[in-house]
Design a protein around this ligand. Structure first.
Ligand SMILES: [Ca+2]
Length: 449
């Protein structure tokens, strides 16, 4: 029982109540119900400042002892669990609880995690209060109650006793026990059964067949006319996978093949049903993957800097550009170039038919060669314009961009790399005697060989 003390703040103009009391008559206190809620009646002279304290009397303030032997067992019918414990006293272990005392039983599908009080009040998640009107037996007597919950489920239980003066005990031990399994039934056939048909897998579904939550299912597939005597196919988890979902995906199937599917159920008590035939479907025929054309270009640092070059002079790159075939088929590389000076340029690039540096005309040449072995300068000029990188794209061949048969930019196998080197001749003379730094962009493309 609670001790009641009501403070009333009084000023010359107002009275403030600390709780819901009622103003009635003379100063005084009336206890309407002993050992229960105190209703306090009083009158205050508003001209008087001060405090009036009303005070009740002591009642039952001792809570029942915590139950320390709560146990749970699987019941005999579907979804039943039986709890048992020893009834506590009204005041700790003393005295019998009267007719006004109650039990509170809460349950959840997860444990208290070591924080019983928080668990009991639902601080962690969904906590259910079991609806009942059980009386509290005499102190020390054995209590046993059967609860009806969902089948095939592990529950965690907590219990408190509240005496007739509404003093709740501490939470009792939390027990765990699976409630009794319901009878298992074979799964039903879903409509549609096949929700995903692919070249090498099929996603298929079934219904619970009336089974309860947490029933598990096991499936298999066969290509042998539905009799399941040949090779069997399963989801990723294999033949031993038992799942709670009513859909899964059979994998490692062959394309363009008819497969038959079955599902069976297993209840909490490990009773396994017969298989339900779910029907058949044909996997798609997808063929080989398509050609993938791609290259990666590696050149660090980029861009390459030829440094200062005299008009009429010549220079070579001192490191190669790595071009890698990132596709899945053999590729042939093509090249073209253009002046790319940001502020504009009077420079042009020499064409095949005019492959010499001249007035405002530079000559850029390129060849595939070893990764780190710089080609001989004269080798660039050994063919007839074969190394000129002009503004028109040219495709690599035995002769084009090739000075050594061991390094060619055509028919490059997937995953292989080739290494491109440059030689540059600036214009021999120019109309711009103080030109800005010149930029030339080389574009490399690839096609299936
Ligand atoms: Ca008590």
């Amino acid at each position: 029982m609670t001790y009641v003390s009501t403070n009333v703040a009084v000023s010359a103009s107002s009275v403030t109540f600390a709780s819901n009391e009622y103003l009635l008559a003379e100063y005084g206190i009336v206890f309407l119900t002993n050992n229960k809620t105190y209703l306090v009646y009083f009158e205050v002279n508003l001209s008087t400042s001060g405090y009036i304290q009303t005070q009740g009397e002591y009642g039952d303030v001792t809570k029942p002892a915590v139950i320390n032997n709560l146990a749970a067992a699987t019941g005999s019918n579907s979804g039943e669990a039986t709890l048992s414990w020893t009834a506590p006293g009204d005041d700790g272990g003393t005295g019998n609880n009267g007719p006004g005392a109650t039990y509170t039983v809460k349950y959840a599908t997860y444990s208290d995690g070591g924080n019983r009080e928080s668990w009991f009040t639902g601080g962690k998640g969904v906590i259910n209060t079991y609806t009942q009107s059980w009386s509290v037996g005499n102190q020390g007597s054995s209590e046993s109650k059967t609860l009806t919950l969902s089948a095939n489920t592990t529950y965690y239980f907590g219990i408190k006793t509240t005496d007739d003066a509404e003093n709740p005990s501490d939470i009792d031990s939390v027990a765990t026990q699976a409630s009794t399994a319901s009878a298992a039934a074979p799964p039903g056939v879903a409509d549609p059964t096949f929700t995903g048909v692919f070249c090498d897998s099929v996603t298929f579904a079934w219904t619970d067949g009336g089974n309860t939550l947490n029933t598990r299912y096991n499936v298999r597939a066969s290509s042998t006319s539905g009799d399941f005597t040949g090779a069997l196919y399963y989801p990723q988890g294999g033949s031993g996978a038992w799942i709670t979902a009513a859909s899964t995906t059979a994998v490692s199937l062959s394309e363009g093949t008819t497969y038959y599917f079955q599902s069976r159920a297993r209840n909490w008590g490990n009773t396994v049903t017969s298989y339900t035939d779910l029907g058949s479907t044909v996997t798609f025929t997808c063929g080989p993957p398509g050609d993938i054309i791609g290259i990666t270009i590696s050149y660090e640092p980029s861009p390459y800097n030829f440094q200062n070059v005299s008009f009429g002079g010549v220079t070579q790159s001192t490191r190669s550009v790595t071009i890698t075939n990132s596709g899945n088929v053999a590729e042939t590389f093509s090249l073209y170039a253009a002046t790319n000076t940001a502020v504009g340029s009077v420079w042009t690039l020499a064409h095949d038919t005019n492959s010499a540096a001249g007035y405002n005309r530079a000559l850029l040449q390129g060849t595939f060669y070893g990764q780190s072995a710089m080609p001989n300068s004269s080798a660039f000029d050994s063919g007839t314009y074969t190394t000129v990188i002009s503004t028109t794209s040219r495709t690599s061949s035995d002769t084009v961009y090739t000075i050594d048969a061991g390094y060619k930019g055509y028919n490059v196998p997937a995953g292989n790399s080739r290494y491109l080197w440059f030689k540059l001749k600036p214009p021999t003379t120019t109309s711009d005697e103080n030109p800005p730094a010149q930029a030339i962009q080389v574009t490399i493309t690839a096609e299936k060989s």
